[in-house]
Design a protein around this ligand. Structure first.
Ligand SMILES: [Zn+2]
Length: 416
């Protein structure tokens, strides 16, 4: 408990003095340069000079508070100088299978203080935090990691909505408490609340297409376990089975601008090796993101599940052109053609099991979200049995193409 408290204090003082202080210092320097230029230019107006002087003065006032913060940070640094605390923390964390994004940032902060911002272990800790942080509820962690990486000279774009205490213009833009902290199950695959406008946009074509996602979301470009994959042999033997146990419930359907998604009420489960994962939502891609021996299917349904520990598992069902699919008929009848809020047509029930084949044999591999921020640590199960959908039904889907290209396998094993 003590250690966790310590990490929070550490991260806070780091954020206040270390990183933001560095930014303010740069602002101050820029103003001094501006002032010098203005003085040298005999044509410059007195008005301009006065403004610049006032800016420098304001920065001087902030320097006082900064000084106190620096002293506080120095005190913390001195206490950690022997490196014993870091060793202790590293040993403790080594015993844990996986760290939370917050702890990962804490570890990064301690390494930063004792080893410096450019040490590979510091950068690694912050990178990891960035990878495992869930986009919806961990904005602060993501911002902390991004700012620290940028300060360490790493090529990372700090998101526009990572407001810093020193930047007043940003404060006005953000306003109010962190809304993302109250994210609910109506989130889409990348954790963003559906229908909400973001500073960050992405798509499937052109300047916002998949090969540009890495500009804003580093994992999309640098991750080594990305989805989707082209599924091809040799296969490893699957060690366990999966068993969907889906229940009917009120239909809640949304066009979130990237796909048609159905948000599922609690009660539907997927058992993986007998362990329960709750079905949160399912959505569609056209054509299928996964390929079998280099060939995509007409479409794919991704059933997204989460267990109590927050682990994600995606069950993929490929849709091939053939007979009419009654389940799809029900969904398409209510699916909004344009991006907008979730709708819940009164009295319309839907059972996700209607979209499943009879057999549950699968291919399986360790992957990622197939949409930004491309978070890794997602287990994929692609069913070998495919279900039918007519050509007309495929054409009624409001997205012509919403599939991320297949990603390098990087030596990952595929069970099947
Ligand atoms: Zn998907």
């Amino acid at each position: 408990m003590k250690r966790i408290l310590f990490e929070v204090v550490l991260a806070a003082s780091l954020a206040a003095a270390g990183v933001f202080g560095w930014m303010n210092w740069n602002d101050g320097q820029a103003n001094v340069v501006k002032l010098t230029e203005l003085t040298a230019d005999s044509e410059s107006s007195v008005q301009k000079l006065a403004t610049a002087e006032a800016e420098v003065k304001a920065n001087g006032a902030e320097l006082g508070t900064l000084k106190v913060k620096t002293q506080e940070l120095d005190a913390v640094k001195a206490a950690l100088a022997s490196g014993e605390t870091l060793k202790d923390l590293e040993a403790l964390y080594k015993k844990e299978k996986s760290l939370s994004a917050e702890r990962q940032v804490g570890l990064g902060a301690l390494r930063l203080l004792t080893k410096g911002s450019q040490d590979p272990s510091t950068i690694e800790a912050f990178r990891k935090a960035l990878v495992i942080a869930d986009w919806g509820s961990r904005k602060k962690v993501i911002c902390a990691a991004q700012i620290a990486l940028a300060a360490g000279g790493e090529k990372v774009d700090v998101l526009g909505d990572c407001a810093t205490p020193g930047d007043k213009s940003d404060k006005q833009k953000v306003g109010g408490p962190d809304k993302a902290a109250h994210a609910d199950s109506s989130k889409d695959e990348h954790g963003a609340k559906a229908g909400e406008k973001h500073a960050v946009h992405w798509g499937y074509e052109g300047a916002m297409g998949p090969d540009r996602w890495g500009d804003e979301f580093p994992t999309c470009a640098k991750g080594k376990s990305q989805s989707p994959l082209n599924i091809k042999g040799p296969f490893e033997k699957a060690q366990f089975g999966v068993a969907p146990d889906y229940k009917p419930g009120q239909l809640k359907i949304i066009n979130n601008g990237h796909t048609i998604q159905v948000n599922v009420p609690p009660g539907s489960k997927l058992r993986i090796d007998s362990k329960p994962f709750e079905l949160v939502q399912f959505h569609f891609h056209r054509p299928s993101e996964e390929q079998i021996d280099g060939k995509p299917a007409a479409m794919v349904v991704h059933f997204v599940h989460k267990n109590d520990a927050g682990r994600l598992a995606v069950l993929g069902v490929l849709l091939k052109e053939g007979n009419e699919n009654p389940g799809i008929n029900t969904l398409w009848a209510h699916a909004p053609q344009k991006e907008g809020p979730e709708i819940a047509p009164e009295g319309v029930m839907f059972n996700p099991a209607n979209l499943l084949p009879r057999e549950y044999e699968f291919y399986s591999y360790e992957g990622s979200l197939t949409t930004p921020p491309c978070t890794e640590g997602v287990r994929f199960f692609i069913l070998k049995a495919q279900v039918n959908i007519t050509k007309e039904q495929v054409e009624q889907f409001p997205f012509k193409k919403n599939a991320r290209p297949v990603q390098p396998q990087n030596g990952r094993a595929i069970a099947g």
